[in-house]
Design a protein around this ligand. Sequence first.
Ligand code: FES
Length: 374
Amino acid sequence: MATFSEADRLLPTLDRHWYVDPAIFAAEQERIFARRWILAGRGSDVPAPGDYVTVEIAGESVIVMRTADGGLSAMLNICRHRGARILLEERGSCGRTIRCPYHAWSYSPDGELVGAPNLRDWVGDSRHELSLQRLSVRERYGCVWVNLDPGAASSEDDVEVQIAARLGAADRIDAWELDRLRTGRSIVYEIAANWKLIVENFMECYHCTTIHPELVAVIPEFRSGIASQAGGSGYGSAIGDKVDGFTVDGRAGLEPLPLVPEDDRRRYFGMTIVPGAFINLLGDHVIVHRLIPKAVDHTTLVCEWLFPPETLDSGADIEPTVELFDRVNQQDFDACERCQLGAASRAYAHENVLVPLEHHLLGFYDQVRAAVEA
Ligand code: FES
């Protein structure tokens, strides 16, 4: 029988400073979240012209608004007069103008200055240079992606490349028709843990047998500890032969998504879109996670369960489907919070270790280190 040294198979994690040092957190916000494409919600959050949401990206408040031509605009939520935050609600509708409540400067839905009390002539000359600071925005897969960096690579070179690497081809995801799916349930989780712990946890399944009894009952191969996204490009984890559906008790799920190939309908494809999104593809629904790092030890996570309109309109019971991953989320985030407590301990002086089933996390560590230490 072949033998190997266990020491050779245990690789170091990031050291504790990456999870507890506010200076590193600030650098990550500046060099990762302010430079990469960030999932900011669903296009259906802003269905009509003038509808908006405000979202936090890299500590900035960002307005995402539907424009008259059906497109999207994204702007910093900061008035160009004296810098007041303009919109305070999480969502709403502005109609034709965004109006600052302080001195009533007003802007068009794409951010151009269109009015300032007592300064009519002057506005005509200055409206371009005093527009709200516009950001790159793209609607793809029914999702809104925003980038704060004007010099960033395109979303095709970032988001699509990651999807292609995970699924084997970027267009494979099109079978799930994410742009036509609707949100059936949305849950916000407040997690007392660093955002990287949440990403790491999502990427590995070494913990699955221990903390996810419902999940391993539905996907028995997870008992091996091999995560869906550790199985190789294009790999989807199989739902058990004796299980009817991806539900909390394994009962039958919902009507299958019509374009998903037969071979993929009983598989689970989990994928991480670094830095802050997870997409989970199932045969009858899709789950999307969106991370919002708030502090070195606090992350807000929005999880949405997406279904085809015909499923929601039929009155089908989505609860057994939602409950499975809601339980998984809570189990995961409890574990992440325990890791955060450990990282804060003096005893965690240096790094911990990754077992072989977790070695693929090194690629994530490398991305974070390269960005922060560049
Ligand atoms: Fe907005 Fe003055 S700060 S109009």
